[in-house]
Design a binder for this molecule. Structure first.
Ligand code: SF4
Length: 450
């Protein structure tokens, strides 16, 4: 690793799945503001819907998601009842005709933890109250463990047309250390079952930086994953935050790779995927030639949202379930992350939103620069500022912050364009942070850059 890069690799920087980031969400966000945002949505606005299912059958030690392992299924059943009521309470507040949902995404947790009838009831509720647009993408995150051909068929019958498997790593020792045993054959069979059921679009999630991983084991996982030919692969760096996620204490510090090793693992994964038919997208996504995400990268329509990179062009994203974030033309709003508070709000007939942030005009300008950098590794900040009605001096501080980054090779500036070289894409968040007016480089506030 180039010694100049090390100090940036260990720095905590936002993932920029939103700007302003969740750290800027405020607790004094009122329901009247939220209702006003919904009422102001144009009647022809396209919609994206996200539903959060915060349950899993078993806890993986590396997990950083908002989830839990319920003692009995009753908890999940009661959650679904409330979720349906939450959707019913929100739908009448959205003006305009039905049939405008272009993307519908189930995340978690493990959405397929739910019994099929419960999953289907949620899909039906969204179909009834919002309605899907022609050709809408209906996607679900899945756990390969316990996945069956019957489940695949049931998902296809419900209308799902994209499935995302949490694969993480194929090495048996690593799987043991992270409490997630799912041999390669099981994953291979899941992909087969899903495609046989008619769900052709398949995503994988992989992770580097896990306990027990080596550069070679990560490379091997990359090769094996590519051999199963999922359409898209997202690769994340493991974030070890045991003071925040208590179950991560099950991972011993001495089993974790150091920062230089993490960097080499990230590079090795990229090489394995790009050497086996994939193209890299932005910071950490890979897709096969012909995939719509590659098209979006090439034609400049790629976007970034809470699910990472997306081709979702919707005007508004509505989130349902505890901790779900909605993204509106006016800003972001989040449902209570505390399950008890979320449930009480619904039982009392109140909306569940309990924090959010409204864009300022300057936020919108900075958000566009940051999103362009994150998606395309390049942006013309002054052109964007001008388009948003801001003088070039508004970005004076950002240019100052870029100076040392350019000197250390993280980016270059050519005729007003900021460019992150291909071999520095792992540091694009650091370059983007120069345009983040709120960013304070504090430890343990965000994920490590690498
Ligand atoms: S299955 Fe996914 S969400 Fe559930 S514990 Fe494991 S990593 Fe977390």
């Amino acid at each position: 690793m180039d010694p100049r890069l090390k100090k940036y690799a260990v720095q905590d920087v936002p993932r920029y799945t939103s700007y302003p980031t969740a750290v800027q969400f405020r607790g004094d966000f009122s329901h009247d503001t939220w209702k006003g945002w919904l009422a102001e949505l144009p009647e022809d606005a396209t919609l994206s819907v996200y539903v959060h299912i915060p349950f899993c059958a078993k806890m993986c030690w590396y997990c950083g998601c908002h989830t839990s392992v319920p003692n009995t299924y009753d908890r999940a059943e009661r959650y679904v009842e409330r979720l349906l009521r939450e959707i019913e309470m929100t739908a009448p507040l959205v003006p305009g005709p039905k049939g405008r949902v272009t993307h519908f995404h189930f995340g978690g947790g493990t959405p397929t933890y739910l019994k099929e009838a419960h999953l289907a009831s949620i899909v039906e509720k969204v179909r009834d109250l919002f309605g899907f647009a022609e050709g809408a993408e209906i996607a679900v995150e899945m756990d390969p463990r316990g996945f069956t051909p019957e489940k695949a068929k049931a998902l296809a019958d419900m209308g799902f047309n994209r499935g995302s498997f949490g694969v993480q790593d194929f090495n048996p020792r690593v799987q043991q250390l992270i409490n997630r045993i799912q041999p390669y054959d099981i994953v291979a069979r899941c992909v087969e079952d899903l495609r046989a059921a008619g769900i052709e679009a398949v995503n994988f999630d992989l992770i580097y930086g896990l306990p027990g991983q080596t550069v070679e084991s990560v490379r091997e996982t990359g090769r094996m994953a590519a051999g199963l030919a999922p359409d898209r692969i997202a690769v994340f760096g493991y974030a070890h935050v045991p003071w925040f996620k208590k179950h991560q204490k099950m991972i011993r510090d001495e089993d974790l790779p150091g920062i230089e090793e993490r960097y080499e693992q990230a590079l090795a994964m990229g090489e394995a995927l790009c050497g086996n038919g994939y193209r890299v997208i932005g910071l950490d996504h890979y897709a096969r030639e012909g995939d719509t995400m590659i098209e979006a990268l090439d034609n400049g329509t790629l976007r970034r949202n809470f699910q990472g990179y997306t081709v979702d062009p919707a005007d508004a994203l509505l989130g349902f379930g505890t901790s779900a974030i909605s993204s509106m033309p006016q800003g972001f709003a989040q449902s209570s992350r505390d399950m008890a508070k979320w449930a009480t709000a619904i039982d009392e007939g109140r909306l569940t939103i309990d924090r959010g942030v409204e864009y300022t005009p300057e936020d919108l300008m900075r958000a566009e620069i940051i999103e362009k950098l994150m998606c395309f590794l390049r942006a013309r900040p002054e052109e964007i500022a001008q388009r948003h009605g801001f003088a070039p001096e508004t970005l004076a501080e950002a240019w100052d912050k870029l100076e040392p980054l350019e000197a250390d090779g993280l980016c270059r500036i050519e005729n007003g364009e900021v460019i992150v070289p291909d071999d520095r894409r792992l540091f694009v968040r650091t370059v983007a942070s120069a345009f983040d007016a709120y960013y304070q480089p504090q430890p343990n506030r965000h994920a490590k850059a690498v």
